[in-house]
Design a protein around this ligand. Structure first.
Ligand code: HEC
Length: 420
């Protein structure tokens, strides 16, 4: 028994000591006021600092305590009015990977932080910061245009703020490869506002390059300018790497090239030569589920002059079962709303499934929305896909489908697997 007592004695002593401490001096209650280390830094690091980097597209960096303190009133206002982080898809429709949306309690903390004097708090309360932008597990090929490009160099007055340019990126494929992930690395983070990637046969892309009178690449706004481009993906600041969901991938065929459409916006910067790169990750073996980028297109609209909220929708019946993993709607700058839904087969009853709903379209923030459901959204044969768009047209011209800045579009690409 003796050894047992030897062990028990210190244990009782510790308990006794703890009780004495608890009775003698109750632990201080945590300060209820919001502070940097405990409350604000984790939100800023994961939800804001991805875009608000020094030398990025934003008017100021939000990384350090000093930076956030200096802008705390603007931060409180921007988050409580839902201007920041930029995220245009409605929460009532579906949920997506990588949503840039704050919870009510995160918003409340940022508002309190400002109201309560931007307190620093105790460094001992600092959370270990998780790395935010995940990396591709490996990269097979990095592609970029043939030379650097200076945005806006062909604008007659040099005062243009936006420049939309298409470039050929050649992955030099001699056999089919399945793309399972990619990362867009902007050359000048202050200028590159969004990037869309398409695949087309090389000859079609070369015809556009050769037909362009001015320098590297060609001016392109609505699409790359080829007949049936296949969308591969998109990027906006803060979206990090794209890894296609499930065991899916997009086949790139021998002889195909990528067309990279870059939207440069020079409102925060002056143009410098820049080279945006795209890192490509291929599957080692062919993927079990090949995805198609299925286009839903309404080309037949005519938006009346001086009209607000002119709306159209089209329906498309899919003859086979399919799984939808993601969707990217595309309108131009007169776009007001965009929505994609699945409706049950004609004549049957059943619930509609909302895929994406953008109640206030913003041309600056168009991106792929991949559903957070791990197995995607199933769609049974003969269900209907419905695409709805509306526009505001303040001009005195009727606006129709086209690729120019004054034209409009109503288009969505769906990332789909199945026998379609
Ligand atoms: C996806 C990129 C992105 C993320 C994430 C982001 N911002 Fe921004 N932010 C921008 C851009 C671009 C601008 C400048 C253009 C604009 O105002 O829309 C901006 C501007 C701002 C401004 C000044 C203009 C205004 O509307 O008040 C504030 C304040 C701001 N952001 C706060 C935040 C906070 C706080 C977060 C995190 C909770 C955040 N942002 C997350 C891209 C981002």
């Amino acid at each position: 028994m003796a050894p047992m007592q030897v062990f028990r004695a210190p244990f009782l002593l510790v308990v006794a000591a703890a009780l004495t401490a608890a009775c003698g001096a109750p632990p201080a209650k945590p300060d209820p006021r919001a502070n940097w280390y405990r409350d604000v830094q984790p939100i800023i690091a994961t939800r804001c600092a991805t875009c608000h980097v020094p030398g990025g597209i934003t008017p100021f960096a939000l990384q350090t305590y000093e930076e956030v303190k200096e802008h705390s009133a603007q931060v409180a206002n921007a988050v409580s009015t839902h201007r920041m982080p930029p995220w245009v898809a409605s929460a009532d429709c579906n949920s997506y990977k990588g949503e840039r949306r704050l919870t009510q309690s995160e918003i409340a903390l940022l508002v309190d932080f400002d109201k309560q004097g931007a307190l620093l708090g105790d460094v001992a309360d600092q959370h270990p910061l998780k790395p935010t932008g995940a990396e591709l597990p490996w990269v097979d090929k990095t592609v970029k245009a043939a030379a650097p490009y200076t945005p806006n160099q062909f604008a007659a007055d040099k005062k243009r703020v936006d420049d939309y340019r298409c470039f050929i990126l050649d992955p030099d494929l001699t056999s089919t490869r399945d793309l399972i992930g990619f990362e867009v690395v902007p050359g000048d983070r202050r200028a590159v506002h969004h990037v869309l990637l398409y695949t087309v046969p090389k000859a079609e892309a070369m015809a556009l390059e050769d037909g362009s009178p001015e320098g590297l690449g060609w001016q392109c706004f609505g699409g790359p300018g080829t007949d049936a481009p296949k969308m591969v993906g998109g990027w906006v600041p803060g979206s990090g790497v794209t890894r296609f969901p499930g065991q899916t991938g997009v086949s790139l065929f021998a002889g195909d090239v990528l067309i990279m459409q870059v939207h440069y916006n020079l409102s925060q910067t002056t143009a410098i030569p820049e080279e945006t790169q795209v890192k490509l990750q291929y599957s080692v073996n062919p993927v079990p589920y090949h995805a198609q980028m299925f286009p839903l297109v309404d080309k037949k609209f005519a938006i009346p002059p001086n009209s607000m909220g002119y709306a159209r929708s089209i329906e498309f019946e899919l003859p086979v079962d399919a799984t939808i993993w993601g969707v990217i709607p595309h309108l131009h700058t007169k776009g007001a709303t965009a929505k994609v839904e699945i409706l049950p087969p004609t004549g049957t009853t059943g619930a509609d499934t909302c895929l994406v709903d953008i109640p206030k379209w913003d041309f600056q923030w168009q991106q792929f929305y991949f559903f957070s459901a791990p197995r995607g959204v199933p769609m049974s044969a003969n269900s209907r896909l419905k695409l709805s768009c509306s526009w505001n047209n303040p001009t005195s011209q009727t606006v129709t489908w086209g690729e120019g800045t004054d034209d409009e579009m109503c288009l969505a690409f769906l990332y789909v697997t199945g026998k379609i």
